[in-house]
Design a protein around this ligand. Sequence first.
Ligand SMILES: Cc1cc2nc3c(=O)[nH]c(=O)nc-3n(C[C@H](O)[C@H](O)[C@H](O)COP(=O)(O)O)c2cc1C
Length: 403
Amino acid sequence: MSTVFEKASIGTMQLQNRIIRSATHEGYCREDGGPVADKIVSLYRRLSEGGAGAIITGYCGVSRSGRAIKNMRMFDDDRFIEEYAGITGSLKQYGVPVINQICHGGGFSSPDAVEGEVMAPSKVRYMTYNVVPREMSEEDIYRVKDDFVAAIVRSKKAGFDGVQIHCAHGYLLCEFLSPAANRRRDQWGGSTENRFRLIDMILEEAREKVGDYPILVKISAYDGDRGGMRVDESVKVAKLLQGAGCDGIEVSCGGINDGFAAVRGTKVPVEAAFALFPAFRDMPALKKSVLKLLAPLLFKKHTPLHLYNVDAAQRIKSAVDIPVIVVGGFRNIDAITDVINNEKADFVSMSRPFIIEPGIVNAFRDGSKKESACIDCAYCLMGVSDNYLRCYKGRLPGEKTSL
Ligand SMILES: Cc1cc2nc3c(=O)[nH]c(=O)nc-3n(C[C@H](O)[C@H](O)[C@H](O)COP(=O)(O)O)c2cc1C
């Protein structure tokens, strides 16, 4: 039987326990796309000292054509290697693997953040920015493949202990996989294998260049989009990932237009979105008041609030031999222990509990049975697009708490 607080590995990477900090965008980004190094080091030091088994960084962009939001860090150029090496170098002493998450925003990118036009596999409207992206040419696709491979090579050179390719939450590689977002009739669309082709090529080419360096993938096992990804198909995708040399799969959910499926809140955070999220906050007043009224209808509230990816992860785990990580609504040690002891997944990852309590893993290890103090308001997600990451505890800046 596996246990939570035992040593475990993902590929060649050793972890002290089975609880991982899932990728969480921190906004620690300079205008040129480079990292705000001291902030990253200080947060990851707290997470390391707080017992996290590994840390997956917030997403960072492989190309300016896929800069999802203005404060998305970039790793699109060798000139950033030295700086990232400084960050990883300061953290080595803790022995906690740091895994660099890399991403291309695709159609789910803010038009004012990308260089050029927003692009995606197909011309499908994205609600968040109300954009119909340009359909990618073969040349675009091969360029993006090269960008991902280059970012993986850079991650290794910069001393990250591994890399995670973001294929979830409606971003570009998730769009390629999703039959709802990918309507192509060429070799990149149609069958699962065709929709997987770009990821396959990235993994194969990267593997040749980085040897046994740990390469993980985060997927959305299912989404709420009409005609989108379902667990039956993501089991197939997981097998393809294993065949392509992926070292571990993190199971999440959520597609291109199903709102907050991946980061669920007790209610749709309409107030926070209009106060903090630039695309909504900065819209003309009239449009804003109309949309505010419609928002509860447009964005559906997802249930259940907690542990919503465990069934999918369990199905995927039974189909592959590589480690499976499950994320989504873990808030106490009992739920984590259940997943690990009963081998529903090999690792559990969390995002929001680490924001409010970076030392939560040590607390669990020391016997705490308490729920995380996170109240699932999801304001942190709304706020981080042009601010540094913080916990709002259900309160807008300047507002008195009702809690
Ligand atoms: C503020 C914030 C930022 C996030 N940034 C990322 C990210 O950069 N990459 C990613 O894959 N997921 C990101 N997520 C999603 C989390 O990794 C996780 O899948 C989701 O929040 C569910 O886990 P939780 O219930 O433990 O928060 C983010 C979530 C939050 C709240």
